[in-house]
Structures are given as structure tokens and as C-alpha cells.
Design a protein around this ligand. Sequence first.
Ligand code: SAM
Ligand code: DTB
Ligand code: SF4
Length: 324
Amino acid sequence: MKLPQAIAPDLRHNWTLLEIETIYTSPLPDLIFRAQQAHRAHHPANQVQGCMLLSIKTGGCPEDCAYCPQSAHYKTNVEREALLSVDDALIAARQAKAQGATRFCMGAAWRDVPTGEPFERVLQMVRGVRELGLEACCTLGMLTREQAQALADAGLTAYNHNLDTSQEFYGEIISTRTYDERLQTLQHVRNSGVTVCCGGIIGMGESRRERYGLLRELSSLNPHPESVPVNMLVRVAGTPLANQDSEDPLELVRMIATARILMPASFVRLSAGRLSLSDEAQALCFLAGANSVFLGDKLLTTPNPEADQDQRLLDKLGMRLAAV
Ligand code: SAM
Ligand code: DTB
Ligand code: SF4
């Protein structure tokens, strides 16, 4: 059973780097055992939430995030596309529901949200998704306080805005905005009453210490983000990180398990990067406490496992998708 954060007794917001390091580097059996204890105290043991992503506005982003195929700073094979119509977004949302997703996430390659008609259109998409009985999540870049409130009024369930990495490493990855700007938007989201979805990426060349730094930032947010996506870098041709060494999947397992222990009541989402994981590595991620995946053969612009492949995996593991 999921306890509201306010009455869950084991939530802490003061984890130190040393404690985080001790957890992250503990022997894998101990780490997984502790993560399972945390997981089972707050969540059903054998189910994951299915989410589906839709890119509602693709490419041409003015930010220079070194991992991102949608940045206008890099030449990738992502074609720019204008903001989708409300009808097209809701067709995709209906398909998501039919495939077993309970959360529909709409992403836009914006630095910040434009005012006027485009924002009104996004608000209509949010209302439409909620009317289908799905959770609605958006990730649109920076938000003002007023925009966060308008999204809340439209019924938005969650806003995704990742810190991505530690404060120290952030400048190596992104130069067009600051960590503090990221935190500011997260504060607007929190104040509006929309739940916070905030996580990061591993495999960008960061050290373990930088991963501890990200985990400390996330776990010091009070309340914790209700949703913590853990992405493994998808190396996209044309981006500065295209030729990064591949990451050891066991590092992803350690990252997920540590996030689960530090933020036991949150959803920890096994996000981008699943195509480079074996079934066994994904199984370890679930044992480590991941309780959500993205369904469907596309994330925003990059590929993701096919629906039948995921169904086979869950069947094999005796796991199931969470019902609405
Ligand atoms: N523009 C908005 C923003 O940056 O907040 C929303 C969309 S952005 C694509 C959402 C998140 O996707 C990023 O914060 C990053 O964590 C993740 N992401 C983007 N490209 C990725 C990649 N190549 N591999 C893994 N994660 C990626
Ligand atoms: C998140 O942390 N991961 C998702 C979601 N939030 C929006 C996005 C992953 C994007 C991967 C690269 C792409 O498909 O463009
Ligand atoms: Fe733009 Fe978001 Fe991609 Fe950064 S991650 S370039 S802000 S779409």
C-alpha cells in the first residue's frame, strides 16, 4: 500500500554524501535486499506503472543539453515539427490507454513555455488526457508561477523537470541555463500543487561522486519528488555525447536501488536506455525498486522496446502493469 508522504515515518531529507556513497557501494546482495525492504514497505512488490510519452513539439530547442537530439545546437536526424494539434495528442493518449498505460507524458522541446495560443493548446491537451482517466504529465521547460498554476487548474498530475546530474557536473553538460533556474521551476511546480517528477541521467561521463550529488539534491527536496526518472544515456549521433563509452548496467541498478532507499515512497522510473539492457539487467532494475517503465516503441525521439517485447518480459518475470 502506498502511504502518503506526510505519514510515512522513514522519509528523510538530510541524506549525506557519505551515507549515499555507503549505500551505493554496498555489496550488491545487501543493496538489493535493502532496496526491496524499502520498496515493499511502500509499493506493491510485483507491478510497474506503464507510462507513454508523446513529443508534442519536436526539435529546434535553443538549449544546448549535450545529451539531447532535440537541441538546435547539434546536427542530428531529428526533424523539427510544430506543436501538435489537440486532436492528434488525444488520439495518441487513447492509444496509450489501450496499450495499458495509466500515465501520459507530453514533452516539448522548449527552453520555456510560450504564452498565448500554444500554451492554451497544451492546457486543452491536459484537460483531454485527464478526461480519458489517465494521469497527465508535461515536460515543457521552465515555467513561471502563473503557468504552473494554470497547468494545475487544468488538472495536470505531474510536471517533469530533471536536475539530470550534480550541481558540479551540470556546467559540463548544459551552458544555456543554471541549476538554480531548474530548482526555481521545481519550486513553482511544488507550490502549484502539481506533483514533481524529477530525476537524471547516468552514463554522461560523470563520476560516481556526481551521481551521489544528484541523489543528494533529489532527496533533499521536501517533499521528495513523487516521481524519479532514472535515464541511461541514449547516445545519439550528432550530439556531443554520441561517442561516450557505454555505461555498465550494474551502475544503473545501483543508482535505482539507492534512489529507492533514499526516497522509498516515490515512483522510481526505469526510463530511457532500456533498449541497451538485457532482460536480466531490466529484471535487476525491478528488483532494485524500479516501479515504472515507458511503454511503446518510441520515447520522445529515440526508440524503446516494442509492446510485445515488454509484455513477454513482464510475463516471464511474473510481473504485471498496474491497473488504473
Ligand atoms: N525540454 C524539456 C526539458 O529539458 O526539461 C523537456 C524535454 S527533455 C527531452 C526531458 C528529459 O529527457 C531531459 O531532462 C533528460 O533527462 C532526458 N533525455 C533527453 N535526451 C536524452 C538522452 N539522449 N538519453 C537519456 N535521457 C535523455
Ligand atoms: C525523462 O526523464 N525521460 C523521458 C521523460 N523524462 C520526458 C524522456 C527520455 C528522452 C530520451 C531521448 C529521446 O527520446 O528524445
Ligand atoms: Fe531542449 Fe529539453 Fe533537449 Fe535540453 S533536454 S535541449 S531543454 S528539449
